[in-house]
Ligand binder design. Structure first.
Ligand SMILES: Nc1nc2c(c(=O)[nH]1)N[C@H]1C(S)=C(S)[C@@H](COP(=O)(O)O)O[C@H]1N2
Ligand SMILES: [Mo]
Length: 353
């Protein structure tokens, strides 16, 4: 099978992935917190079967003392809880031209949930990270083959990133025990980072004195210009704004029908690189500054709004976010070989009548 980016039709393999994984219906952007049943979902391999009663987390490697913790042990430790917006690094991939062959997201692989768990930093402190440690590796219970590499899903963070106070080992989502598809019984939550860092079904944490070179760390999740390019790692979420499609849809094309007059356009914007500082709303490429609400939390999206005086005709609605670090969402495609971090602007086709 041709794995090179293509201009061709969607393949059966992409449909197979799209039917297992799912994004949010864009009208769910109305909610500050995405209901668990609507939260986007991405599972590389299969959801593993794990018995929470016998499950344990092993923490070891380049540390003074290894730890083995049950779910009870983790629940007895200090608890922190806050909303986090998570977006898949592949969000926007299917809008690229040529289109990299993988999970074919349009714009919908983003959600905000309230995650509760225990911070990782005190656990690492208890284990005693030895001098010379570089990476903290998170290994999961799911297993598969990707591009010929057989592995347990695993990702790492540098010791500095892993010990940030907001990094959680989460056992609850939206006030309930984690559901199996979202990583039960325990997952990593790394606020501000793209989804691949949020390791589900965590079984082991290893501190290493050498850089981690697992497939999902070293090969996948890089911005590459072509197959041979080693590229640069995908880390924090780039700024993006989305709008809730106004009016009502035509079933097949999803074109919107809107009655003329004042239309309250609402949406969400987020960035993992800073706070959202500006959102612009576009009508056929003419931009107006939108009004921003307070973010739902320091690591969660911001609601925005703009009133539109809609006159009969055909329109393309769009929006663009800027963050406090000065990153501006591009209007055109942000192409790379794996189709990661394509935060190009959304297009919403509207007929005003
Ligand atoms: N163990 C494991 N963790 C994983 C994945 C996976 O396939 N296996 N997918 C990652 C990716 S790419 C994303 S985008 C997020 C999705 O989290 P969610 O399904 O809870 O929304 O989980 C991440 N953690
Ligand atoms: Mo992802």
């Amino acid at each position: 099978m041709n794995l090179e980016p293509t201009h061709g039709l969607l393949t059966m393999e992409e449909l197979q992935l799209a039917a297992r994984n799912r994004g949010i219906p864009l009208e769910a952007l109305r909610d500050d917190i995405t209901p668990t049943a609507l939260h986007y979902l991405l599972v590389h391999f299969d959801i593993p079967a794990i018995d929470p009663a016998t499950w344990q987390l092993d923490l070891g490697g380049h540390v003074e003392r290894s730890l083995s913790l049950s779910l009870e042990d983790l629940r007895e430790r200090p608890r922190r809880e806050f909303p986090v917006t998570i977006e898949c690094a592949g969000n926007g991939r299917a809008l690229l031209s040529p289109r990299p062959i993988s999970q074919p997201w349009l714009n919908e692989a983003v959600s905000t949930a309230v995650w509760a768990g225990t911070p990782l930093a005190p656990l690492l402190k208890e284990a005693g990270v030895k001098p010379g440690a570089v990476d903290v590796v998170f290994t999961a219970a799911d297993h598969g083959i990707e591009k010929g590499y057989e592995h347990d899903y695993a990702r790492s963070l540098t010791v500095a990133d892993a010990t940030r106070p907001e990094v959680l080992l989460a056992y609850e989502m939206n006030g309930r025990a984690l559901e199996s598809q979202h990583g039960a019984p325990l997952r990593v939550v790394v606020p501000g980072w793209y989804g691949m860092a949020q390791v589900k079904w965590l079984k082991r944490i290893d501190v290493q004195s050498t850089p981690f070179d697992g497939y999902q760390q070293k090969v996948a999740y890089h911005f590459k210009k072509d197959k041979a390019d080693p590229g640069t790692p995908v880390t924090r979420i780039r700024p993006r704004a989305l709008l809730i499609p106004p009016g009502f849809p035509e079933f097949l094309t999803r074109t919107r029908i809107v009655e003329k007059g004042r239309v309250a356009i609402r949406g969400r914007a987020w960035s993992g690189e800073g706070a959202v500082s500006r959102v612009e709303f576009g009508v056929n490429g003419v931009w107006t500054k939108a009004l921003l609400s307070e973010p739902v939390g320091p690591f969660a999206w911001t609601k925005w709004g703009c009133d539109w005086d809609a006159k009969p005709g055909e329109y393309v609605l769009s929006c663009l976010a800027t963050d406090s670090a000065g990153n501006v969402q591009p209007a055109g495609q942000n192409w790379n070989y794996a189709g990661a971090g394509n935060n190009m602007a959304q297009d919403v086709r509207v007929t005003v009548r």
